[in-house]
Design a protein around this ligand. Structure first.
Ligand code: BES
Ligand code: MN
Ligand code: MN
Length: 457
């Protein structure tokens, strides 16, 4: 531990400056306008891996954005850790709500404000720097492979093709990912599951053209009103989702598992204060942790239609749209839930509108083992660097590729995230605590050390 602390101390400023340089790339994968920037980010990450001491560094081309690969094989007999992360970020919009520019990292109150600060540049870069530390101090105890992709925020569809085509190259013993949250720095935790995702877009069409809302209003169904009613009908008075069969495959937690989950520290007043809401909302009979970690949900992510410009325009629109996501838990599947949604949504549409449903990307839910060598290594690493045993939790977000690692590579994942739910991922003013960044760089070498040790090396 001493050599770790000393290395971080000696390189403190540079470690931060390098993260800032990475954060300045506007690597927004969803918006074609940033194509050149995303490609430049991949080259930059590759160079940083080379500088840190990785061999066979490659910017692997795909039909979309490239995957950055690099490795250090010290001894074929030793175990191999495959580190996954993503260099792409979510769009910064709404840009006017940022207090400082999203791609000009700024420190306020010990926190780095920038798009990607936590999700996932600040987190995957800790692995690059921890690797550098192990190389420089001659303490790398196992083999390491890096796979940093550029399309996580848009569904990783090209990564799944890459994984299927490169099983040998990606051979490893475990996947290690820092792209999730901890409860808090005082209550370090390890996520032991991720929810799946089904994401659909719906279009409701009424009359064949926009109409004068005075001339036709009152005589023709307004698609916005109809869509709103359909969406409102997706939850009942207990906030259960009304799609028939939606919960059929859901594995209920045992009373012991529920108790364990609900024992994690949780301050409801603080939670509400952070979000500025007077009351929480959710499925009756479940706690907040259960609602976000172990129960499926349905959310409207966006809704639009009609006139939304300046001033007033009297119009009865022809179309209304919404983007709807469903978070899934074991053993729901993306395909089955998408089908159930589609069937139900079409069935509740009144005859006065036409409904079109377009599925977007999705992913399967995962639960990660807590009895594996790798999980124990993560526990030991966190216990040592934080001075506290980590609490197991279930994450509400999705990293669809994790289920694919298991299906295609037969690899389990350890989710050793250092973010906080309050870091404003995907929101304006995303942030990452400088403390967490250094803490991550200090904890990761301990993971490798204990993983090698517990594997018999
Ligand atoms: N890193 C997040 C997922 C995450 C965040 C998991 C916090 C657990 C805790 C990831 O980058 C992400 O945003 N995933 C998307 C899904 C993707 C297909 C766009 C998500 O969860 O919405
Ligand atoms: Mn992420
Ligand atoms: Mn994300």
């Amino acid at each position: 531990m001493q050599h770790i602390k000393q290395y971080v101390d000696e390189h403190r400023q540079r470690l931060l400056d390098e993260l800032f340089a990475l954060l300045r790339f506007p690597s927004v994968s969803a918006d074609p306008k940033y194509k050149a920037d995303v490609l430049n980010t991949a080259d930059h990450v590759a160079q940083k891996l080379r500088d840190a001491g990785a061999d066979n560094v490659e910017v692997c081309q795909t039909a979309g954005y490239p995957i950055v690969y690099g490795e250090k094989i010290i001894d074929a007999a030793k175990p191999t850790v495959l580190v996954y992360g993503h260099y792409d970020v979510q769009p910064a919009d709404p840009i006017e709500l940022w207090h400082t520019p999203p791609f000009e990292p700024t420190v306020r109150d010990g926190k780095i404000y920038a798009r990607g600060a936590c999700d996932d540049k600040g987190q995957f870069y800790m692995h690059v720097k921890a690797f550098e530390l192990m190389m420089q101090t001659d303490t790398l105890p196992c083999n390491i492979k890096f796979m940093i992709e550029g399309e996580e925020e848009v569904g990783s569809s090209n990564l799944s093709i890459f994984v299927k085509a490169n099983k040998d190259k990606l051979k490893a013993d475990v996947v290690l990912i820092s792209d999730t949250s901890m409860i808090s720095m005082e209550h370090p935790s390890l996520e032991t599951g991720l929810r799946g995702l089904s994401y659909v877009e719906v279009e409701v069409t009424g009359p064949n053209r926009d109409l004068h809302s005075g001339v036709y209003g009152g005589a023709v169904a307004n698609p916005i009103t109809i869509l709103s009613k359909m969406i409102a009908a997706m939850h009942d008075e207990n906030n259960h989702i009304t799609i028939p069969g939606f919960y059929d495959e859901v594995i209920e937690l045992t009373p012991a598992e529920r108790t364990a989950l609900n024992n994690a520290p949780y301050d409801e007043a603080e939670y509400k204060k952070d979000l500025d809401v007077v009351e929480l909302w959710g499925e009756k009979g479940y706690s907040t942790f259960e609602r976000t970690g172990t129960r499926p949900t349905l959310e409207v992510n966006g809704i639009w239609g009609g006139y939304i410009g300046e001033g007033a325009k009297t119009v009865l629109p022809s179309k209304a749209h919404a983007k709807i996501s469903m978070r899934l838990v074991p053993n729901q599947t993306f395909e089955q839930i998408t089908q159930l949604f589609t069937k139900h949504f079409l069935s509740i549409a009144p005859a006065n509108v036409k409904v079109k449903i377009t599925p977007h990307h999705g992913g399967e839910p995962v639960v990660t083992p807590t009895d594996s060598i790798a999980y124990k290594a993560a526990q030991k690493a966190i216990a040592e660097s934080f001075g506290k045993e980590p609490i197991p939790t279930r994450g509400g977000g999705s990293i669809p590729i994790v289920a694919l690692f298991e299906a295609e590579l037969g690899l389990k994942t350890v989710l050793m995230g250092f973010g906080l739910d309050s870091d404003a991922l995907h929101s304006p003013n995303e942030k990452y605590d400088i403390f967490n960044y250094y803490k991550g760089i200090e904890t990761i070498p301990l993971f490798h050390k204990y993983f090698a040790e517990l594997s018999g090396f």
